[in-house]
Design a protein around this ligand. Structure first.
Ligand code: NAD
Length: 685
């Protein structure tokens, strides 16, 4: 029989090699936001399984003392976090030189992970949740400790495999292979639903990585500000015919959420010089955005919110107003008092309604948390009733001129799940989409993703402000503002980025770019590192990108050839990036819309100034973007076909994209019509 001492002596990376003794119970700093209970509902048998699973990380000598504590965490929090293994105090993404490691990538990933868990950055730092209500770096602190230990020992020809937060081990690869491969919550098809996921997470075998939380590439709310800014500007362009050089002066945007990503809305609307009213039920999140200067003022009555908004609209002055209260109350007031709203959306965490991402009308934030724990069924029925009212109000506001778009938070799907089939375009199911467009369907998809523009980003690993300034200027020099309106938007964005004070956490920058732009900027940065002008840089992107995510509810909502339910693109993107040597590759289930509704992937590339990295940039960066453009072109998306044609000409003799022939839609319709009318359809059957 194999004993625990046989097992311990076969491992050099284990918790008892990292600690002399069992760490003391955790202390929680006051004022740090804590995750709600995740609704413990495991059977006794599954509870045993969950406990045994967690104790796999724990040496035998500590198990007796720890087992009751872990059981307590499970039954009260709904998850085992292993709090006492968390390093005490603040965790933050320090300069790369302060981390131990045998290769630069091993140290760079530690910066990224720690940034994702920073008190100033993470939503629930103690529960390893970075953003999006449930998006975790990994499942528990035992995994965190082991991942860090692996990264400190990682060699330049090894690859660390991380499965739903669990570090499976390191294996030999090659210098031009990824240093880490991450997957999160990839479930077998027939079990790929929220209930099975809930159980899998509770028993400790699934991690909800969201996108850049479990992909270690979150850069704070800035990561989403540029996308939100693009979305709002383009929403106004398509709705009110705003010219390419006009901003949002005098336009009112109403939405909800000042959390992880939604917190970007105030900043984005103000940068675009519009007026925003953002409803938020949790005052601590309003406080955070106020402290950052991302919100200008807080009001607690809808009347006051609209009164203030009108003043700033008249002055054509940008302003971000937080309404402390429920968005449904805000919209009810707008309907009752015929307040005109120009752009309307919602960014509550509807992808995680079960976990408390949406606060129903009539409940205060604190009451919501209590009710989830004490009476989940009643909580759900309140949520469903509130979603129905919410949708009804939106319909009324849309009828009086507001342009409503779903912000990729599964709001419309949640309304459908609450029993409202009229929310579906076909009046019965979600296969043909919803009566309101998602922001990707009408805005991001046709105007950005089809051309390859997506949320490219970088982190100056030195931690120096001057490196960020130099990279901003270098990136700006790579953009021709006169090429397309998107380039002009991006040019202005990066020109003003420093002035707009976007950094929270590591010295990072977001900049929407297309394939050629990303490649040029990456090569430029690598050259600057080679010349000693700046320190190393981590490149990456949000998974929410041209080729990164398959999700009919969001990223692939503007794909109309029937393939929106397929996940081939994100899988190819991920594996193609691994084959081309990106330093980190990640593939997740879920993301911003919820489990079973998306497959998404991302990458990280550590720039060290070497020729090796130049080679990786040249072969991986265009692939990462153009695999998505190729798929969108094949789906007959106009902008993507245009981009694909230009790419094939530019790359003649090298890369080559298969493009779709045009067909005569009227002839097809007539042919099919005749077929059904002539009765041959019935004969065939
Ligand atoms: N910003 C983007 O570009 C973007 C893109 C895609 C998806 N999303 C989606 O947006 C959602 C929000 O993301 P997040 O990271 O900000 O999540 P989050 O959970 O950090 O923030 C959501 C906020 O909504 C608040 N809230 C919940 N119900 C409310 C209500 N009825 N009235 C007022 N406030 C309420 C919560 O208190 C919370 O602060 C997610 O579903 C995410 O996937 C955002």
């Amino acid at each position: 029989m194999i004993t625990n001492s046989d097992i311990a002596s076969a491992m050099t990376i284990r918790l008892d090699a990292l600690f002399d003794r069992l760490p003391k119970p955790a202390e929680f700093e006051p004022g740090i936001r804590r995750a709600p209970s995740r609704h413990f509902n495991l059977s006794p048998k599954d509870t045993e399984l969950a406990l045994a699973n967690a104790l796999r990380y724990i040496p035998e000598a500590w198990q007796e003392e720890l087992a009751p504590e872990l059981l307590q965490e499970l039954t009260t929090m709904g998850r085992i976090y292993g709090y006492r293994f968390r390093p005490a105090g603040r965790i933050w993404g320090r300069p790369i030189d302060s981390y131990r490691g045998r290769c630069i990538e091993g140290r760079a990933f530690q910066v990224m992970i720690d940034n994702n868990l920073d008190f100033d950055v993470a939503l629930y730092p103690y529960e390893l949740v970075t953003y999006g209500e449930t998006g975790q770096v990994c499942q528990n602190w035992m995994q965190y400790r082991l991942i860090k230990a692996y990264l400190e020992r990682l060699e330049a020809d090894q690859t660390l495999a991380v499965a739903s937060g669990h570090p499976l081990g390191v294996f030999q690869s090659a210098p031009e292979s990824p240093r880490v491969i991450i997957t999160n919550a990839l479930m077998v098809g027939c079990f790929d639903d929220p209930d099975h996921w809930h159980r899998a997470a509770a028993i400790g075998v699934a991690n909800y990585g969201q996108m850049t939380a479990g992909g270690w590439m979150y850069i704070g709310p800035q990561g989403i500000v540029h996308g939100t800014y693009n979305t709002l500007l383009n929403a106004a362009r398509i709705t009110f015919g705003l010219a390419a050089d006009q901003d949002l002066s005098g336009i009112l945007f109403v939405s909800s959420g000042l959390g992880g990503m939604s917190g970007a809305q105030g900043k984005a609307v103000r940068i675009a010089n519009g007026v925003g009213i953002l409803a938020e039920v949790d005052f601590s999140r309003i406080r955070t955005r106020l402290d950052q200067g991302w919100i200008d003022r807080v009001v607690d009555s809808p009347e006051e919110a609209f009164r203030m908004a009108r003043q700033f609209q008249q002055k054509k002055q940008g302003q971000a107003i937080a309404f402390y209260g429920n968005v449904v109350d805000l919209l009810a007031y707008a309907v009752d008092h015929e307040e005109r709203i120009d752009l309307l959306s919602d960014q509550t965490s509807c992808h995680a309604v079960d976990e408390g991402g949406y606060c129903p009308q009539g409940l205060r934030f604190e009451e919501l948390r209590e009710l989830i724990r004490t009476d989940h069924a009643r909580f759900r029925s309140l949520v469903d009733a509130s979603l129905r009212t919410h949708f009804d109000l939106i319909r009324k506001l849309a009828a009086s001129g507001a342009f409503f778009f779903d912000y990729g938070n599964s709001f419309l799907k949640a309304v459908f799940d609450a029993g409202v089939s009229e929310v579906c375009r076909n009046g019965k199911d979600t296969l043909d989409g919803f009566v309101f467009p998602s922001y990707v369907e009408d805005i991001m998809g046709p105007l950005l993703f089809d051309y390859g523009y997506g949320p490219f980003r970088w982190v100056c690993l030195s931690g120096k402000d001057e490196d960020l300034e130099k990279t901003d200027r270098a990136a700006m020099s790579c953009i021709d503002p006169n090429r397309r309106f998107q380039d002009r938007d991006n040019y202005i964005w990066i020109r003003d980025a420093l002035k707009n004070r976007l950094v929270v956490g590591t010295k990072a920058r977001i900049l929407y770019q297309d394939a050629a732009g990303r490649t040029a900027i990456a090569l430029k940065f690598n050259e600057m590192i080679r010349n000693g002008e700046i320190g190393p840089v981590m490149l990456g992107r949000d998974h929410h990108d041209t080729g990164g995510t398959d999700s009919p509810f969001r990223e692939t909502a503007n794909i109309k050839d029937g393939s929106a339910i397929m996940a081939d693109m994100a899988t190819h993107c991920f594996v193609g990036n691994a084959a081309r040597g990106m330093s980190l590759v990640a593939l997740h289930n879920g993301g911003g819309v919820g489990i079973g509704k998306a497959i998404n992937g991302g990458f990280g590339l550590v720039l060290d100034g070497s020729e090796r990295v130049d080679r990786i940039i040249r072969r991986a960066m265009p692939w990462d973007v153009m695999c998505g453009v190729a798929r969108r072109a094949w789906a007959r998306n106009e902008g993507a076909i245009e981009t694909g044609i230009a790419y094939n000409v530019d790359q003649a003799g090298k890369d080559h994209i298969t493009l779709p022939y045009r067909v005569d839609a009227e002839r097809i319709a007539a042919l099919v019509h005749n077929h059904f009318e002539s009765g041959s359809h019935a004969t065939h059957r």
